[in-house]
Design a protein around this ligand. Structure first.
Ligand SMILES: Cc1cc2nc3c(=O)[nH]c(=O)nc-3n(C[C@H](O)[C@H](O)[C@H](O)COP(=O)(O)O)c2cc1C
Length: 190
């Protein structure tokens, strides 16, 4: 696929099933991710790869932290939260490890991690895999951050769900592109 077709045609995956990307395909996606623009070459990105039972570990933690945040939650609600990482055969947590000593603002380090997540998704799409970007309250929970090696000042920017699309994804919906664009006139008028 031409790069421009990948960029203009990317859509999220929805029902994601086996096979997941193998290690070589994952390596390709990670290689695309770390080509994200990175102010000050701080390399703030971290990728935590969860396959198989590792997803259950995250799920258990997501259930427990959900219960902590929602003391009145029903067992069904906790179970629903805990089952989220099992919705795809591979989950990659994308994070920004913030360099507090740098004069590059934290927001720019987080943006770089977001760009890495997008590069990863685009590479997944180009290789024919489905990929969906999720966050939710779990992404901001300090216990979950700690479990993946982050401090509260760091940021989880994405839980990327990966697998093979069960059904071919629909092409992206048409967008009123120029509702989002302003072009200043090509003159020096105030
Ligand atoms: C930072 C970020 C967080 C997101 N979190 C969620 C989420 O928690 N749940 C969800 O359904 N979609 C979430 N999305 C949106 C989807 O990943 C997806 O982009 C959106 O549904 C549009 O679909 P498309 O990518 O096929 O255009 C998030 C997107 C971004 C950029």
């Amino acid at each position: 696929m031409e790069a421009i077709d990948v960029l203009t045609g990317r859509v999220s995956g929805s029902a994601l099933v086996d096979p997941a990307p193998d290690d070589l395909e994952l390596h390709t996606m990670l290689s695309a991710a770390v080509r994200a623009p990175d102010h000050g070459r701080l390399r703030p990105w971290r990728f935590i790869v969860l396959r198989g039972a590792a997803r259950k570990r995250l799920g258990r933690l997501m259930g427990q932290t959900y219960q902590r945040r929602h003391p009145d939650a029903t067992p069904a609600q906790v179970e629903k939260e805990a089952s989220k990482p099992l919705r795809a055969p591979l989950v990659v947590v994308v994070a920004a490890k913030i360099n507090q000593q740098s004069n590059i603002p934290a927001i720019e380090q987080i943006l770089s991690a977001g760009a890495a997540a997008e590069n990863f998704m685009v590479a997944a799409f180009a290789l024919g895999f489905g990929c969906a970007w999720k966050t939710g309250d779990a992404a901001y929970d300090p216990e979950i951050k700690s479990a993946v090696g982050l401090t509260p000042a760091d940021a989880i920017v994405a839980f990327l769900y990966l697998g093979t699309n069960k059904n071919p994804p629909a092409p992206p919906a048409a967008l009123a592109l120029y509702d989002h664009v302003v072009q200043w006139p090509d003159d020096e008028s105030p």
